[in-house]
Design a binder for this molecule. Structure first.
Ligand SMILES: O=C(O)C(=O)C[C@]1(C(=O)O)C=C[C@@H](O)C=C1
Length: 306
């Protein structure tokens, strides 16, 4: 049975994602995203499940930065999980008496309207995860009056649900990924995604356009692009890309090889099946047979067979 680390404790959305991605895995709860990834790197776990982006909050920057700087890991699966939040408290608590709320920063952003409407005077404090907040609120003598977390976390830690579905939107989704140490890649399925981190060789006019051109001319559709600070000073950034296709696809392989030629460093973070099953639109001239035919044509003219 594989042992998989995740952002815990029990009752996080990440745990729910892990249960869906790998129902038979032995679950290893960790206090932070970094600790979960380090457990996979060190071999204390066979893999890890972590959040990567949210449809309201955007990128989970800790995850992006860990993927860029830590010991390499490869993404082998992804999951899109609808997230719904509840206001949870110790039995007997009433909403007008709530002065201190504890939850994960991503939940604060996703419940902003509810908090300003129903808890205008409450101080909201950032927790390591929504379930860690629920666990803390359940302790007698906790400095917090309520947590914002999944309903299941409330059940797990003996809290009552004072309000349900308090997210600003009912269709909020968080994307989770499962990673492992470098090894064989998942097979191409025809509906895949590839993730990369790219560091520039040097800063010059058009550097971003040159990178995008490598994708554009080969008909590779991007699904996410982020710039993140390198830490080396204001204006110094590296780039995170998600795009359609598998590294085994000719157009994807050629685009990545093009980036490798023109950029400082390209870190491959994996090719894996898309959770939404969407197949890429393949532009004329960018299918595998068309790349193969063009390579044969070039070989022929190089041999003087015109
Ligand atoms: O705190 C949790 O329950 C998590 O799994 C983390 C996390 C996140 O990092 O975005 C996951 C889903 C929700 O968007 C809120 C928090």
């Amino acid at each position: 049975m594989p042992r998989v680390a995740y952002l815990g404790p029990e009752g996080t959305f990440t745990e729910e994602a892990l249960r869906l991605l790998d129902p038979t895995a032995e679950r290893l709860p960790c206090a932070t995203v970094s600790a979960a990834l380090n457990a996979a790197r060190a071999g204390d776990a066979d893999g890890a499940v972590v959040p990567l982006e949210n449809s309201i909050e955007g990128a989970i920057t800790t995850t992006l930065d860990e993927f860029a700087w830590g010991e390499p890991l490869l993404i082998n699966a992804e999951l899109l999980l609808p997230v719904q939040f509840s206001l949870l408290a110790r039995p007997g608590t009433e909403i007008p008496h709530i002065k201190r709320v504890y939850t994960h920063p991503a939940a604060i952003t996703q419940c902003r309207n509810y908090i300003s409407r129903e808890l205008p005077d409450a101080v909201v404090v950032a927790a390591p995860s929504t379930a860690a907040a629920a666990q803390e609120v359940s302790l007698p003598g906790s400095p917090y009056d309520a947590a914002i977390a999944a309903r299941i976390a409330g059940e797990h830690y003996g809290l009552v649900e004072l309000a349900a579905d308090i997210g600003d939107r009912s269709d909020t989704v968080t994307r989770f990924v499962k990673v492992g140490r470098p090894g064989p890649l998942p097979q191409a399925t025809g509906s895949d995604r590839t993730t990369l981190v790219v560091f520039l060789a040097d800063d010059h006019p058009g550097a971003l356009l040159e990178m995008l051109t490598e994708f554009s001319v080969r008909g590779v559709n991007l699904t996410r692009i982020e710039s993140r600070p390198t830490g080396g000073g204001i204006g110094r950034y590296f780039f995170h890309f998600d795009f359609e296709g598998h590294v085994a696809d000719a157009r994807v392989g050629e685009a990545i090889a093009g980036l490798h030629r023109i950029c400082g460093e390209v870190r491959f973070l994996g090719s894996y099946p898309r959770a939404d099953g969407i197949a890429p639109q393949i532009k004329r001239g960018t299918s595998d047979p068309e790349f193969a035919e063009a390579a044969e044509w070039l070989a022929r003219i190089r041999a003087g067979k015109v």
